[in-house]
Write a protein that binds this ligand. Structure first.
Ligand code: MLC
Ligand code: AMP
Length: 501
């Protein structure tokens, strides 16, 4: 194969008139049309001077054009680098310059705000709107749909996803063709996906879950997807009767259960509900089963590793666990200090190895070496245990990380910003239980003279994506510290545990 990922996911669908996408307006896109669309975009990208290995940073709304751009990058051998649409210009600026992107694609509506970002980073700027219009759409429209697929090998970079770090600086996780392909193959098989499936897709397509798990599986198996712009429970209820499977973060399930229109009858015909990216409360699992008769299948993954574990399709889907290591994935629980493998049943840091594990962090050899062992095991930072039957349970994190509605938020990034503001002596950012998002961000501040909270909120809004912004602020005279002087976040988490419940 000249380009394993392209050939397997996209190229083999050339001329296939089956439906790939059902769109919310009732229209459909066939596989054949999608592949042609991708070919035109690939010609436009190559015509713009991009060559295999170049990074293409993309911050555009979810649409079939956005998916075609992903396909076009794979076909042209370019590294696809999708960015959360909620990121501010400040945040985007770092990703575009750090990745050395040759091209940055944004929406028409954000172009004015982001033009200087591209210019400062030395990247070409193009626009691709959700309806296909914009400068890149125009370039593509004039092109042939035939494109000579760039030759790539298993170990070549296919995509880069930025993931934050405990030091506050984001790292570009480098994902190879084989990382993506092997995981899609294993998952499609494990979860019994076929070309008969219709996957209800309301996740964002700039993260592993919505792009590599959901979309790649549909492409691999030739099934269809109902492509909704975002989570809207009314739309889910409208489209569930036409679906066979759905993937979501736990908030999808709690929101569905929050309404009376979500009934067992509505989903009696469904084959599979999958949850991941954040812990699904055992309580939610039980409520869902009581309402619908379906047992949600929970799996566990990461940006750096794609999917690592899954509950079984046919066997017992155990609430509160993330199931077994997937075929081809080695998983062990280790002592956080020595790295030694712990006896079965003990709690330690989960380490994983397999074809799913990324190549390392973009131009950060030290950070790569700190988390990816020479023998190939990746230190996830998740704390877990394996029971006698082989089920893995995640019990916590060995990293200061908040997961809100399936988005990772690193407190350090927010603390660095808050500590810099006038009137703030120091800050501690914590996650506390939240009924909708699972966890939510709370900032605990120590005042330094006058603190203008409105000004502070305005600065935070300018700098941080909405999902990262503290949902509440608390001002204290001093932060609780242990005898070593370390801030006791556990004390703060306990004190404010009931804030949103
Ligand atoms: C939106 N907001 C959030 C938020 N999402 N705040 C905290 N956490 C979130 N996740 C903000 C909005 O900007 C808005 O702010 C306010 O909250 C209300 O928004 P909303 O309308 O309720 O949000 P909604 O658009 O419905 O989004 C919620 C959500 C969404 C949960 C559906 O966040 C989502 O789709 N999450 C999925 C994330 C995901 O795909 N993760 C996978 C990562 S991959 P304001 O200030 O404007 O009012 C990974 C690996 C793996 O983790 O294992 O899969
Ligand atoms: P990300 O870096 O955005 O890919 O997020 C990965 C993190 O999400 C993991 O390290 C886990 O902490 C968390 N995660 C993913 N799936 C699950 C799950 N099913 N249960 C608990 N945590 C999960």
């Amino acid at each position: 194969m000249t380009n394993p990922l392209y050939d397997t996911l996209f190229g083999r669908h050339a001329g296939n008139e089956a439906v790939f996408l059902f769109l919310p307006d009732g229209t459909t896109i066939s596989y054949a049309t999608f592949v042609e669309q991708a070919g035109r975009l690939a010609n436009a990208l190559a015509g713009a001077g991009l060559v295999p290995g170049d990074r293409v940073a993309v911050q555009i709304a979810k649409s079939h054009h956005a998916l075609a751009l992903y396909a076009a990058c794979v076909q042209a051998g370019l590294v696809f680098l999708p960015l959360n649409t909620a990121y501010t210009a400040d945040e985007v600026s770092y990703f575009v310059s750090n990745s050395g992107a040759a091209l940055f694609v944004c929406d028409g509506g954000t172009r004015a705000n982001l033009a200087s970002v591209a210019e400062d980073a030395g990247a070409r700027l193009e626009v691709l709107n959700a309806d296909g219009s914009g400068s890149l759409g125009d370039l593509a429209a004039a092109q042939s749909s035939e494109f000579l697929t760039a030759a790539r090998s298993d170990s070549d970079l296919a995509a880069m996803l930025y993931t934050s770090g405990t030091t506050g600086r984001s790292k570009g996780a480098m994902l190879s063709q084989m990382n993506l392909l092997s995981n899609a193959q294993v998952l499609a098989d494990y979860w019994h996906f076929t070309d008969e499936d219709v996957l209800l897709h309301a996740l964002p397509i700039f993260h592993t879950h919505g792009l590599f798990v959901a979309t790649n599986i549909a492409l691999l198996t030739g099934g269809a997807m109902i492509l909704l712009p975002k989570l809207d429970t009314d739309q889910l209820i409208e489209w569930l009767p036409k679906s066979t499977a759905m993937m979501g973060v736990p908030t999808f399930y709690t929101r569905l259960l929050g309404g009376d229109r979500f009934t067992g009858d509505l989903v009696r015909h469904m084959r599979l509900f999958i949850s991941g990216s954040a812990p699904l409360l055992a309580e939610t699992h039980k409520q869902f089963e009581a309402r619908t008769g379906h047992r949600i299948l929970e799996r566990y993954g990461m940006t750096e590793t794609n999917m690592n574990t899954s509950n079984p399709y046919d066997g017992d889907r155990r609430a509160g666990t993330v199931g077994f290591a997937l075929p081809g994935v080695e998983l062990k629980v280790c002592d956080p200090v020595t790295g030694a493998t712990l006896p079965q049943g003990e709690i330690g840091v989960i380490e994983v190895r397999g074809p799913n594990v990324f190549l390392g962090y973009w131009q950060m050899p030290d950070k790569t070496a700190a988390e990816l062992r020479e023998d190939g095991f990746f230190i996830t930072g998740d704390l877990g245990t394996i029971d006698a039957d082989g089920y893995v349970t995640i019990v916590g994190r060995n990293k200061d990380l908040i997961i809100s509605g399936g988005y990772n938020i690193y407190p350090k990034e927010i603390e660095l910003l808050l500590d810099d503001q006038p009137g703030v002596l120091e800050s501690a950012v914590i996650g506390v239980p939240h009924p909708d998002f699972g966890e939510s961000v709370v900032a605990v501040l120590v005042r330094d003279g006058d603190l203008d909270q409105d000004l502070l909120a305005a600065t935070v809004k300018e700098s941080l994506a909405a999902f990262k912004r503290p949902k509440a602020y608390v001002v204290l005279d001093a932060l609780p510290r242990n005898t070593m002087g370390k801030v006791q976040k556990n004390v703060l988490r306990e004190t404010y545990a009931d804030m949103f419940t």
